[in-house]
Every structure is written in structure tokens, then in C-alpha cells.
Design a protein around this ligand. Structure first.
Ligand SMILES: [Zn+2]
Length: 170
């Protein structure tokens, strides 16, 4: 069992109503930090998220870095479903489940675009999975603490998650 108390507060996101908790591993947070769009010349980038299920803890343990070919397009890096399928299979053999995607925004408090939301609906519909939702993480460009948007998506709805402690609870 993970010790939640030792995690940074921006790494723990309770899924209200389910009793489940999303936890980002330190190495995932490091990938997010590395790719922040701090300067204007840095492209929007992103990758895939893989999780281990130790219910009620869902530990997001891998964030794949942006691929070279993704950098050509400013937006939506992992639009190639063939590449995605290959990567998803590779991690599945290691017991890691594809649970969603991350990408960066040049915003201090990132919010999803309409395109982001629609992309997640499509991803949910088109991917083979047994999940109730997919996770989308958007990395803001603050230089200090990471600013993260975290939301759950199914074929119809989006539900924003807030980090543990942000509402005065712990
Ligand atoms: Zn976006």
C-alpha cells in the first residue's frame, strides 16, 4: 500500500464518489516538469499515461515522453493510432494499463480546449479497454510548482479532479 502522506499534494487526486484515488509517481511528475512550455519556442508536447491498479489506488506510473515525429505538429502528438497500439501492448505486458494522455499548454492555469475534450471522447470510444474513464492531464507553464489540469472522460462527459487538500480536506 502506498503511503499517501508522503506524496506531494499535487500528486494525489481523489476521485469523488468512487473511493478511488489517482496518484502520480515522482517520475511521472518529473516528465511533466521537464516538458513544461516555459518559453514560447517550446512546442506543445505530450504522451501517454500508464497506470498500475492497486485499488482503491490507481498509480500513474509512466508518462511516455514526446516522440520526435510528434513535434512536427503543434497539437495532438499521439494522433497515430498504430504507434499508440504498439506502445500500449508493450506496457500491458509489464502490467501497466493505458489510462489516458498528457499534454502541455502555454497557460499558467491550463484548461482543456474543445478539441481536447472531443479527442478524449474519441479516445474512450475507439480504444480497447475495460476502464470506466480515461484520464487527461494538461501541464501548465508555471515555473514553480506544477500547475496541472486533471480530468476524467468517458464517451459523453468530463469530470475535473482536484488535488487532495485543495478544498481544505486532506
Ligand atoms: Zn490542449
Amino acid at each position: 500500500m502506498l503511503s499517501l502522506k508522503r506524496q506531494k499534494s499535487n500528486a494525489v487526486f481523489p476521485v469523488l464518489g468512487s473511493g478511488q484515488t489517482l496518484v502520480f509517481s515522482p517520475k511521472v511528475l518529473k516528465v511533466f516538469k521537464t516538458h513544461r512550455q516555459i518559453s514560447r519556442s517550446q512546442p506543445e508536447s505530450g504522451g501517454l499515461l500508464f497506470a498500475k491498479f492497486d485499488l482503491p489506488i490507481i498509480k500513474i506510473d509512466i508518462a511516455t515522453p514526446p516522440q520526435l515525429e510528434d513535434r512536427k505538429s503543434r497539437f495532438f502528438f499521439v494522433s497515430n493510432p498504430d504507434t499508440r497500439r504498439t506502445v500500449v501492448r508493450r506496457y500491458f505486458r509489464k502490467g501497466l494499463h493505458f489510462i489516458g494522455e498528457w499534454h502541455t499548454h502555454p497557460q499558467s492555469d491550463p484548461t482543456p480546449s474543445g478539441l481536447d475534450v472531443n479527442s478524449m471522447k474519441d479516445l474512450f470510444r475507439q480504444s480497447e479497454h475495460e476502464l470506466n474513464y480515461f484520464v487527461m492531464v494538461i501541464i501548465g507553464n508555471r515555473t514553480g510548482n506544477l500547475s496541472l489540469w486533471v480530468s476524467l472522460h468517458d464517451a459523453n462527459d468530463m469530470h475535473q479532479l482536484h488535488p487532495c487538500g485543495s478544498t481544505g480536506q486532506s
